[in-house]
Write a protein that binds this ligand. Structure first.
Ligand code: ADP
Ligand code: MG
Ligand code: MG
Length: 912
C-alpha cells in the first residue's frame, strides 16, 4: 500500500530533506531539521501524492489517505501526550501547505486548529490565560472561515473593529477575554450567514476540512498565477503539514520571528531578521505590527538569541546556502518552524555565491548555478544618477526591500496598475499600505512598489525580490489611503497619477521623476563572476543590434558579434523615411533605382558605424524584410482624408488643406488628386495577410535592385572600414526563404555586387551569405538550402508564428485561455517550444550540416535571451544565440551553466 503520511518528531523523521517531491519544501525541511536533532514541534506530512490522488478522484480523499491521516494523528497525540478535541488536555495543531517549490503567501496556513467551545476552556484553564485562549480561538475561526469556508476576510475585520470601537480601544491587545468572547460570537454568526453552516465543533472534522482545503488551494487563482509566472508545473500538487502548535503569544517571554542567515537584498554576511514578542505566526509578515530587528532579541533573551544563531548557521552549513527561517519562542524556549533556501535579489545571489566559494562552502562551478541567469539581468537595471540624487531631498524613507531605481505614476490598487498599463499610460508606481497575494498582477506591471507597512520579509518585499522588481517597504513616514486615493507625506499630498521615484537599494522616496543612469556593465563583482563562468561556455553569444549605439552596448556586455542587424530599422527617421517611401511608391524600376540611389549613402554610413563598433567580430545583416505597408500611411486614413477633402467647403476646406499638406508632406501631396493617386498605390500594395505576403526575400526577388543596393552599401562600408585597418566580417542573411532557389537568386546578386565593389576598390573582404530559417518548409528542405547557404540563423519568432500558425501580434486574447486550460504550458514566443518548433531547429541543423559539414548555425529572436531556450540551443549543438544587448549577460551565464551541466552529466554517466 502506498505511503501517504510521514511522521516527524521524537528526534526522528520518516522523511528527509531530499524528499521535496513527496513532502514539499516545508515538509522536507521539517523532516531534515528533526533528524538533525533541532527543536521542531512534532507533526506529520501528508504527501503531494495524496494531493494528486485527491485531484484525480475529483476532490475526494482516498480511503488510504484518510486512514493514514488518523494514524499520523494518533502518533502525534502519543508524542505530545495530548489529544485532538480532548476537553481536558487538547492538542492544537497548525495545518500548513507546502509544495515542492516555495510559493510564498500562496496558500494559507491555519493555526490553533482543534479549538472549539469546550477545548478553549481547557486551554484557558491550563494556561491560566483566558485572554490567550480566546484570542487563539477567534484567530482559528477567522482563519478557518476565510481559508476553508471562503468567507470574505473583511467581514471578520468588521466584527473585530466594531468591538474595538465599542470598547474605545486602539490596539488589538487591549481587548479583554470577555471582549474576545463577544468577537467569537460575532465571527460564528458571520460564518453561519455567509457559509451557510456552523463553524465545525468537531476537531477531527476541522482537520479534514482544512487538509482538503489545502489540497484544493493548489488550484486557487493566486497559486495558479504564481506558477505561471515562475514556470512551475500544475501537476505537482502540494503536501499538507500537520504540526503541534507552539505559542508565541503566551506572554512577554514568548514571541515569533523570521530571518535570513545573510542579507537577502545585498547578500552581505549579516544575521538578518525580524520578530515580535507576544505574537503569533503571521503577525510578523502581515505588517499589522511593525516588527523589531533581530538584534534586539540579543538584549531581551540572549540565550535564545545565541541558540538561534547557532542553529541557523548550522543550517546554512548543512544546506550550503542562505537560509530563510521561521521560529517561535514559547515561554523562553526556542522552536524552529521552517527553513528553506532564501530567495534573494540578483545582486545578493552573486555576492552570496562568491562569498561561499571564498568560505569554502561551495566550489566555483556550483557557484554558477547559484545565480539565476534571468535574475542577473537585475544587475543591469538602472540606478539613480548618483550626482543628481545626491542633491535631491528624499520625501521619506522606508526599507530597501528590493533594489533598483523606479520612477512611476502613483496608483493605489493593483487593478488600477493593470488598467494604466493596459491603456499604455506610462510607468506606474503601486503604492499600498501593504500588498497581498491578490495584488500580484498589479505588481507585475508596476515599475516599482512602495508600501507603508511591513518589513523586509513582508509580502511586498519577498515577491518583488523574486520578480527582480524595485521595492521600498515599510515606509512608516507615509500614509496611504486607498479609498481617497491619496499618499500623504507630512503636509504634502500626492494623488493618483503623481510622479514619484523610489530607490530600492537605499529605501529613499523622492518626489517627481528622478534621472536614472544605466547599470555599469563593468561592475567588478559581475566581471569576476563571469570570468568563472566563461570557461564552461561553448555556445557563442551575439546580440541583435541595428544601430551603432546598441552594437557598442552589446560589446560592453560581452557579445561576440551581431546575430541580427535589421536593415529596415535604419530607414526610419528623419531624412531617410522619405526616400524609402519614394522607393516603395515608385511607378517603375527607373524611379525605384533613383530612390535607392539616395538611400545607398545613408545605409552605407550606418553599416560603417556598426562595423566599427564590432571590429573583429562577425556582423549578420539581414536584407530588407518587413511588409512595405509598414512604411506607408494607413489606407483607411487616406480614404477618410479623401472624402473629407471632397466634402469640405470654404474656410473648413482651407484649414483641412493645411492639415493634409502637413500630414502628407513626405509625399509632396497638396490636393485631392495627389491624395487619390497615393490611395491607389496604397490600395495596390494592400494585402489581406501582410505577415505572409510580399516580404522577406520575396521583396528582393520582385525588386532585385533593393537587394543590390543593400549589398552595395554593405560591401562599400566593409571596404571602407577594412581600409582603416579594422577587421570586418559581414554575413549577409536572406530572410523568409522557403525554397533553395530563392536563396540562390539572392545570393547571385550579393556575390556579384561584392565582386564589383572589391574590384573597384582593390580591397577584398571575407564574407558569408546565408539564410534565416523561419518557415517550416525551409526547415524541412534545409539540406538542399545548405547547398548555397553558408550559415543558418533560425528566426525563432517567425518560425514559432508559422509553425503554430499563431500571429504574434494577435495571440494576446488566446494565450491566457490556453495557459489557463493547460493547452500551452508557456508562451511559445518567450520560451522556445522545444518539442515542436525546437524539433524543426534540430532537424534543420542536422540536415544542413550533413550537406555542409561545420555549417555555422545560430538563432536570433527573443528566445536567444531566455535561459531555457539557450540551454536547448547548447544541447543541440548550435554555434551561437543572439539576443538583445541587455540580455547578453543572461545568455552568457545560461550558456555557461548549460556547458557545466553537460560536463557534470557526462561525468555522472561515466561513473555509473
Ligand atoms: P507560509 O508558507 O505562508 O510561511 P507557514 O505554514 O510557514 O506559511 O506558516 C504561517 C505562520 O504560522 C508562520 O509564521 C509560521 O511560523 C506559523 N506557524 C506554522 N505552524 C506553526 C506551529 N505549529 N506553531 C506555531 N506557529 C506556527
Ligand atoms: Mg501562507
Ligand atoms: Mg512559512
Amino acid at each position: 500500500m502506498a505511503k501517504y503520511v510521514y511522521f516527524f518528531g521524537d528526534g526522528k523523521a520518516e522523511g528527509n530533506g531530499q524528499m521535496k517531491d513527496v513532502l514539499g519544501g516545508k515538509g522536507a525541511g521539517l523532516a531534515e531539521m528533526t533528524n538533525a536533532g533541532l527543536p521542531v514541534p512534532p507533526g506529520f506530512t501528508i504527501s503531494t501524492e495524496a494531493c494528486r490522488e485527491y485531484i484525480r478522484l475529483g476532490r475526494k480523499v482516498a480511503d488510504d489517505v484518510e486512514r493514514q491521516t488518523r494514524e499520523g494523528l494518533s502518533k502525534l497525540e502519543k508524542s505530545v501526550v495530548q489529544k485532538l478535541g480532548d476537553d481536558d488536555n487538547p492538542l492544537l495543531v497548525s495545518v500548513r501547505s507546502g509544495a515542492k517549490f516555495s510559493m510564498p503567501g500562496m496558500m494559507d496556513t491555519i493555526l490553533n486548529l482543534g479549538l472549539n467551545d469546550a477545548t478553549v476552556d481547557a486551554l484557558s484553564f491550563r494556561t491560566s490565560n483566558p485572554r490567550f485562549a480566546y484570542d487563539s480561538y477567534r484567530r482559528l475561526i477567522q482563519m478557518f472561515g476565510a481559508v476553508v469556508l471562503e468567507v470574505p476576510k473583511p467581514l471578520f475585520d468588521e466584527v473585530f473593529e466594531g468591538k474595538k470601537k465599542q470598547r474605545k480601544v486602539k490596539l488589538d491587545t487591549e481587548l479583554t477575554a470577555r471582549d474576545l468572547q463577544d468577537v467569537i460570537v460575532g465571527y460564528k454568526r458571520v460564518i453561519k450567514k455567509h457559509a451557510g453552516r456552523e463553524f465545525p465543533q468537531n476537531a477531527y472534522e476541522q482537520l479534514q476540512l482544512a487538509r482538503n482545503a489545502v489540497f484544493s488551494s493548489w488550484f486557487n487563482d493566486r497559486a495558479y498565477h504564481y506558477r505561471r509566472m515562475n514556470n512551475i508545473p500544475d501537476d505537482l500538487g502540494t503536501a499538507v503539514n500537520v504540526q503541534a502548535m507552539v505559542f508565541g503569544n503566551l506572554g512577554e517571554t514568548s514571541g515569533t520571528g523570521v530571518g535570513f542567515t545573510r542579507n537577502p537584498a545585498t547578500g552581505n554576511r549579516e544575521f538578518y531578521g525580524e520578530f515580535l514578542m507576544n505574537a503569533q505566526g503571521e503577525d510578523v509578515v502581515a505588517g499589522i505590527r511593525t516588527p523589531v530587528h533581530i538584534s534586539e532579541l540579543q538584549k531581551i533573551q540572549p540565550a535564545v538569541y545565541d541558540q538561534l544563531r547557532a542553529i541557523t548557521s548550522r543550517l546554512e552549513h548543512h544546506y550550503r546556502d542562505i537560509q530563510d527561517f521561521e521560529f517561535t519562542i514559547q515561554e523562553g524556549k526556542l522552536y524552529m518552524l521552517q527553513t528553506r533556501n532564501g530567495k534573494r535579489t540578483g545582486r545578493a545571489a552573486l555576492k552570496i555565491a562568491m562569498d561561499m566559494v571564498r568560505e569554502g562552502l561551495i566550489n566555483q562551478t556550483e557557484a554558477l548555478f547559484r545565480v539565476d541567469a534571468n535574475q542577473i539581468y537585475e544587475l543591469l537595471f538602472p540606478r539613480f544618477d548618483p550626482k543628481q540624487i545626491a542633491r535631491a531631498t528624499p520625501l521619506a524613507n522606508g526599507l530597501p526591500a528590493s533594489p533598483g531605481a523606479a520612477v512611476g505614476q502613483v496608483v493605489f490598487t493593483a487593478e488600477a496598475a493593470v488598467e494604466w498599463h493596459r491603456a499604455g499610460k506610462g510607468p506606474v508606481m503601486l503604492v499600498r499600505a501593504e500588498t497581498t497575494p491578490e495584488d500580484i498582477q498589479g505588481m507585475e506591471v508596476a515599475a516599482g512598489i512602495l508600501t507603508s507597512r511591513g518589513g523586509m520579509t513582508s509580502h511586498a518585499a519577498v515577491v518583488t525580490r523574486g520578480m527582480g522588481k524595485c521595492c521600498v517597504a515599510g515606509a512608516t513616514g507615509i500614509e496611504v489611503d486607498e479609498h481617497t486615493k491619496t499618499l500623504r507625506v507630512g503636509k504634502q499630498i500626492f494623488g493618483e497619477g503623481a510622479w514619484i521615484s523610489i530607490d530600492g537599494s537605499t529605501g529613499q522616496i523622492y518626489e517627481g521623476r528622478q534621472a536614472t543612469v544605466p547599470a555599469d556593465p563593468n561592475d567588478p563583482m559581475l566581471v569576476e563572476f563571469m570570468t568563472w563562468a566563461e570557461p564552461h561556455r561553448k555556445l557563442g553569444v551575439r546580440a541583435n543590434a541595428d544601430i551603432p549605439r546598441d552594437a557598442r552596448a552589446a560589446r560592453a556586455f560581452g557579445a561576440e558579434g551581431i546575430g541580427l542587424c535589421r536593415t529596415e530599422h535604419m530607414f526610419f527617421g528623419e531624412g531617410k523615411i522619405e526616400h524609402m517611401r519614394a522607393m516603395i511608391l515608385a511607378a517603375d524600376e527607373k524611379a525605384r533605382r533613383a530612390a535607392l540611389k539616395k538611400l545607398l549613402p545613408l545605409q552605407r554610413r550606418d553599416f560603417i558605424g556598426i562595423f566599427e563598433a564590432m571590429a573583429g567580430f562577425p556582423v549578420t545583416i539581414r536584407t530588407l524584410d518587413p511588409p512595405l505597408h509598414e512604411f506607408l500611411p494607413q489606407r483607411e486614413q487616406i480614404m477618410v482624408d479623401v472624402e473629407r477633402l471632397k466634402l469640405a467647403t470654404g474656410p473648413v476646406k482651407r484649414k483641412l488643406g493645411t492639415e493634409i499638406r502637413q500630414r502628407y508632406a513626405d509625399y509632396g501631396i497638396s490636393d485631392v488628386k495627389g491624395l487619390e493617386a497615393l490611395l491607389r498605390k496604397v490600395q495596390d500594395l494592400h494585402e489581406v495577410n501582410p505577415m505572409l505576403g510580399l516580404r522577406g526575400c520575396r521583396l528582393g526577388i520582385l525588386y532585385p535592385e533593393i537587394t543590390e543596393m543593400q549589398a552595395r552599401a554593405i560591401f562599400e562600408a566593409a571596404v571602407a572600414v577594412q581600409k582603416k585597418g579594422k577587421k570586418v566580417l559581414p554575413e549577409v542573411m536572406i530572410p523568409l526563404v522557403a525554397t533553395p532557389r530563392e536563396l540562390e537568386l539572392q545570393k547571385e546578386i550579393v556575390t556579384r555586387v561584392a565582386d564589383e565593389v572589391f574590384k573597384a576598390s582593390g580591397v577584398t573582404v571575407e564574407y558569408l551569405v546565408g539564410t534565416m530559417i523561419e518557415l517550416p518548409r525551409a526547415a524541412l528542405v534545409a539540406g538542399e538550402i545548405a547547398e548555397s547557404a553558408q550559415f543558418f540563423s533560425f528566426g525563432t519568432n517567425d518560425l514559432t508564428q508559422t509553425t503554430y500558425g499563431f500571429s504574434r501580434d494577435d495571440i494576446g486574447k488566446i494565450l491566457p485561455v490556453y495557459l489557463g486550460q493547460g493547452i500551452l504550458k508557456q508562451d511559445p514566443f518567450s520560451t522556445l517550444d522545444q518539442v515542436g518548433v525546437g524539433q524543426l531547429v534540430k532537424l534543420a541543423t542536422e540536415a544542413g550540416r550533413k550537406t555542409r559539414p561545420g555549417l555555422k548555425v545560430g538563432i536570433c529572436g527573443e528566445h536567444g535571451g531566455d535561459p531555457a531556450s539557450v540551454e536547448f540551443c547548447a544541447r543541440i549543438g548550435l554555434n551561437y544565440v543572439s539576443c538583445s544587448p541587455y540580455r547578453v549577460i543572461t545568455a552568457r551565464l545560461a550558456a555557461a551553466q548549460a556547458g557545466a551541466a553537460a560536463v557534470a552529466g557526462s561525468e555522472a554517466g561515466r561513473t555509473k
